[in-house]
Design a protein around this ligand. Structure first.
Ligand SMILES: CCc1ccc([C@H](C)CC(=O)N[C@@H]2O[C@H](CO)[C@@H](O)[C@H](O)[C@H]2O)cc1
Length: 819
């Protein structure tokens, strides 16, 4: 296979220009002079892809020949972000592309801004999957990421009169140059029908499934380039198509709609991403999506990645399937079905293999986020799988009764089958019983999984439980997103940190170097000016100069407590307009929110509406003399995060302790020199332990205190009554001040806080406000602030997703990098 030598002709500006023009002419069919920006972007993307192609083919060949153990990462979501910038970085083509395009009279930044990011995920879980596959490729670890190629990703958020309005995400409309469809490798996926028992040739009782409908899964391959190492792993996303696309006789009979019904029905399966990121809707289509991509992926690996005569008794030597939360857990009964019904294994043989091939990561603590599929629905859609799940559960209960004779309550507690409120399959229990390892995504989270979410399982199989704290890829979130800081770091300690982030420690002594601090602060200012430019063009938002940039970006959810941040803003505002706080004593601050709400999540949408109303009022009130601004750019996504995070001074990580499994935004902010104000929740705890208490603004109850307050009974109204500042802030909202005098517009939001406040925002209010005062005090001492910011960067190397991958490899996967 011809591999493009790194220093070959292609890797020259001329070679690049030739390739680019060739793509423009042949693939886009236009001449440079007549080409649109989109033509130019697509041609550029294809040119870079061609550079990586040889490496991709080489990687596939070497990996196949080596017969090594591969990580099969099963995730219903991948929040990839724009591909072009990352591909240019990974293949070290930035400079050549920049010069080559200049020769063509074009500008690389303009073309990069043409790309619509593939928003195939909701938030943390999806982005983590993207960081993980980037790390595995950069660490030379064989991995195939399996998922769904949604035709429409996460909705595009717009604001109409301050309210969230969702628009479809037409990310494919202008072409998608990064994917390779392989219809020839399509997989048939069955649904519905019933099962039948029969006796096989040796008289053994067997079962086979007689489905009554099916669809085709078409694989689309995406490159996952390693950073400067020549490896290119694969992300294989499945798209659904009708097996029989078009029913001509029906068409000829004049029933046109019926003729294409099968097609539309099938396509629906991969049509759109479910925009919920915590409360499963339990919709049938969602289960169809989950089984669809799981069935395609297992079939693909067994039929296309293994030798034809491979003995599946040794499947665990060739693949470890990581379950990214419960969404792909139907893979467990699917593998059992394949091994027993298709490969003739008996139960124990099949179970022995299955339990060596899966590992499960849990990403949540919210009980309502744990998926429970009604047996009625599961049995109708996947009758054979329900049978197998019942058999798995029988086996589990047998083991429990053996270990805890007579303890029927325990058996009922641990049953994979829930009886209330309706008969359902607890997917987290199925995953935990079948997996080799179960991990949480931060130390506190993993402990709470053992103690509170899965205590019975942790007691019975203590060694099965482990922790791997999340991480983020330094390639996208430092090297690419923050070129000024990256340059300063590389000039100071060399460039090794990009693939060995713990090297950032070598920056520690420079925290005391005024010159280094000056350059560090200059990089931050440069990022702020860049952000101001972006927000002005993108949202018509003016970002004032010289403000403390206080940023809260994450999905809108009550447990993340955007309402607490809002109460702080309203409280500062109220104090100034009521004359309690002289405006010149206010630290000039701009608060930036970024957050999408699940369309069906009313309280979240009402909170967005209130934030926008407060933003409009506060930012325009002359009495604040421009010293307090609130900005809420719409459609927060990976691309905006790459501009926002490097510009931030203060990172808001203020969830109720015990609620945020880990958080990953918190890590990105620390690595980009923002200081964190946060609770002892998720990975905040580990950030604080590493950067040091002096360089982290801790506030609020910790998890045991939350549990204690919850147990003794929490009365939010008492905090309102006892705290005049809090009362004044809430009363200002109730007065209609932010709603044109309409005193009831935000009743739902305010009375939810006063009457229930499930996530105890009012209880943590005073501690939060006090911590914000400490923030203002520290910010007033620029040297002290910058010193803390440098130490945050220097001490956050642990939060690289490369380190997370090393731990998964050592503790869970036992795979090897390929040299
Ligand atoms: C079925 C509905 C649904 C969809 C997505 C999810 C995800 C698990 C939610 C999620 O993204 N969790 C986040 O995962 C991150 C990566 O581990 C963590 O850093 C966040 O703390 C966690 O909220 C739950 C339920």
């Amino acid at each position: 296979v011809a591999t493009a030598p790194v220093n070959g002709p292609l890797f020259s500006v001329d070679g690049f220009v030739k390739e680019f023009i060739h793509e423009l002419n042949t693939a886009q069919g236009v001449a440079l002079a007549r080409s649109s920006v989109n033509d130019q972007y697509l041609a550029l993307a294809r040119t870079v892809k061609n550079y990586l192609m040889a490496r991709w083919l080489d990687t596939n060949r070497k990996t196949r020949e080596a017969k090594v153990k591969t990580v099969g990462y099963l995730s219903a979501e991948y929040l990839l972000g724009r591909q072009l910038g990352n591909a240019l970085l990974a293949s070290d083509l930035n400079e050549i592309a920049d010069k080559g395009l200049e020769l063509c009279g074009l500008d690389l930044v303009t073309l990069r801004n043409q790309e619509v990011e593939p928003g195939l995920g909701n938030g943390g879980l999806g982005r983590l999957a993207a960081c993980f596959i980037d790390s595995l490729a950069t660490m030379n670890v064989p991995c195939i990421g399996y998922g769904i190629r949604y035709e429409y990703g996460i909705f595009r958020q717009t604001f109409v009169d301050g309210r969230q309005v969702e628009q479809p995400d037409t990310w494919l409309a202008l072409g998608s140059p990064w994917e390779f469809p392989h219809p020839d490798a399509s997989v048939q996926v069955n649904f519905g029908g019933h099962t039948e028992k029969y006796r096989d040739a040796d008289g053994k009782e067997r079962t086979h499934w007689l489905p009554d409908w099916n669809v085709l899964g078409v694989p689309y391959n995406y490159m996952v380039p390693g950073y400067l190492n020549g490896r290119v792993n694969t992300l294989r996303l499945w798209s659904a198509q009708a097996t029989k696309a078009f029913d001509l006789p029906t068409f000829n009979a004049g029933d046109y709609a019926q003729a294409v019904r099968a097609q539309t029905f099938a396509e629906n399966i991969s049509k759109v991403l479910y925009p919920e990121d915590s409360t499963p809707q339990g919709k049938e289509l969602r289960l169809q999506q989950q089984y669809f991509f799981v069935a395609c992926s297992l079939r693909d690996f067994i039929d296309n990645e293994l030798e034809d005569d491979f003995d599946l008794h040794h499947l665990d030597e060739r693949i470890i399937l990581q379950l990214n939360d419960t969404h792909p857990v139907i893979a467990v009964p699917e593998l059992m079905r394949i091994l027993m019904d298709e490969k003739g294994f008996d139960w124990d043989e099949a179970w022995a293999v299955t339990t060596k091939c899966f590992a499960y990561t849990c990403h949540t603590l919210l009980p309502e986020a744990l998926e429970v599929w009604p047996t009625e629905l599961l049995g109708r859609l996947l009758p054979r799988h329900l049978e197998i799940i019942y058999a798995i559960n029988e086996q589990l209960l047998e083991e429990v009764r053996e270990a805890y004779p007579g303890d029927e309550l325990r058996a009922r507690r641990m049953s994979i089958i829930a009886e209330f409120p309706e008969r359902g399959v607890r997917m987290a229990y199925l995953a935990t019983y079948a997996a080799t390892k179960v991990n949480g995504v931060a130390a506190l989270h993993s402990q709470l999984l053992r103690d509170k979410v899965l205590p019975d399982f942790s007691e019975m199989w203590p060694d099965r439980f482990t922790n791997v704290t999340n991480g983020v890829t330094p390639r996208r979130f430092v090297k690419m997103a923050n070129p000024k800081l990256s340059e300063l770091i590389s000039d100071t300690i060399g460039g090794g940190w990009v693939t060995d982030l713990e090297r950032l420690r070598e920056l520690e002594p420079f925290a005391d170097d005024p010159d280094f601090r000056a350059q560090f602060a200059a990089a931050k200012d440069w990022n702020k000016r860049r952000l101001a430019e972006v927000l002005r063009k993108r949202d018509g938002i003016d970002l004032p100069d010289g403000h403390l940039l206080d940023v809260m970006v994450k999905r809108l959810h009550e447990y993340k407590r955007q309402s607490l941040k809002l109460l702080h803003v309203v409280s500062l505002y109220e104090q100034v307009i009521s004359g309690k706080l002289p405006v010149d004593q206010l630290t000039p601050r701009t608060v930036v929110f970024g957050a999408k709400a699940a369309p069906g999540y009313k309280m979240a949408k009402d909170t967005i509406h209130l934030i926008n109303r407060v933003a409009a009022t506060v930012s325009a009130d002359p009495r604040l003399e421009g010293r307090l601004k609130v900005a809420f750019p719409a459609n927060y996504n990976v691309t905006l995060a790459e501009k926002l995070i490097p510009a931030a001074d203060l990172s808001e990580q203020i969830s109720l302790a015990g609620m945020e499994a880990s958080g990953t935004g918190n890590m990105k902010f620390a690595l980009n020199g923002a200081l964190t104000i946060g609770t002892d929740d998720g990975a905040n705890v580990e950030i604080r332990e590493l950067v040091g208490d002096k360089h982290f603004f801790l506030f609020g109850m910790n998890e045991p205190q939350v549990a204690e307050l919850g147990a003794k009974g929490y009365n939010p109204e008492s905090y309102y009554e006892d705290n005049p500042q809090l009362k004044a802030a809430l009363d200002l909202v109730l007065s209609g001040h932010f709603s044109g005098g309409d005193q009831h517009l935000f009743d739902a939001v305010v009375y939810n806080l006063l009457n229930s406040d499930r996530f105890m925002a009012l209880a943590d209010f005073q501690s939060y406000v006090d911590a914000q005062a400490r923030v203002e005090e520290r910010y007033a001492d620029t040297d002290a602030w910058t010193r803390s910011a440098v130490l945050n960067v220097a001490r956050s190397g642990f939060f690289s997703s490369d380190r997370s991958m090393r731990e998964y490899i050592q503790r869970i996967w036992h795979t090897q990098p390929m040299m």
